[in-house]
Design a protein around this ligand. Sequence first.
Ligand code: CP
Length: 303
Amino acid sequence: MDLINFKGMSGQQIEDIVDLGIKVKSKPEEYSNPLCEKSLALVFQKTSTRTRVAFEVAMTQLGGHALFIDWRTTNFTLADIYDESKYLSRNVECIMARVLKNSDLQKMALASQVPVINGCDEMYHPSQAIADLITIKETKGNLRGLKVVFVGIHNNVCNSLIEGCTKTGIKITTVTPILNENAQDQVLLENAKKTGLWKTSLDIHEEVKDTDFVYTDTWIDMEFFTDPKFAKEKENRIKIMKNYQINKELLKRNAPYIMHDMPIHRGYEISEDVIEHPRSIIYQQSENRLYSAKAILLTLIGQ
Ligand code: CP
């Protein structure tokens, strides 16, 4: 089994991973060595803090070993991704890859004889969504019937959050005036719509009024953040998105829990004073990347 996105997974399967993450967090002593002598290859074509740390520490704490592989220093740069992945999967028990294109991740999964985990491509970020659901469940005690409002750009994080929420019974409204062209997945959205749990709106104030959680993310994808070719688009996005900032004014009539998958761009998608607001669970959410990674690894390569 691979984890590219949540297609083909039931809500129960997703919630089982979430519950395992919560259990591993509360009883670490019961999970000290289940991945003994197993190796995880961490392939990064893009930058990362949390995803790398979470999966590397998860493997160590579960008794296994993780190898950080910087794409730029390997022969992935000059050979066929299929051949390199086919080789890699003969020496490790699992591959976690953060690549630019989902089509490349699909090639890796096709070539690999071991499970492949999506560490965030341009379309999906499933290990982030598992951490998000762990955080929601440990905060409220359940998932079904809750409401999440995602405010920002419709991107990879947004896609996986929609998929994760609608499959596990959470109502989600996306307030996303801009759609990342390369994150489009009509099938995912049609499936979400059929559940009756997903809708879009541009009325941020109305949506935040009765939500349990408000969630935001960067307005600029990581690979474009410092790219001079993206400067004009960045300026345009800031102009449109500044009315969709999570700030104290927005939270005046309701005090939902505040989520952000990080990295944070202070003063853009979220105001400085709200990051450590009493209702902010942002750092807890980022800590939960570790338990998400552990639960995913135990599900895919545990006994
Ligand atoms: N949220 C997230 O994926 O963080 P990194 O990009 O730092 O891995």
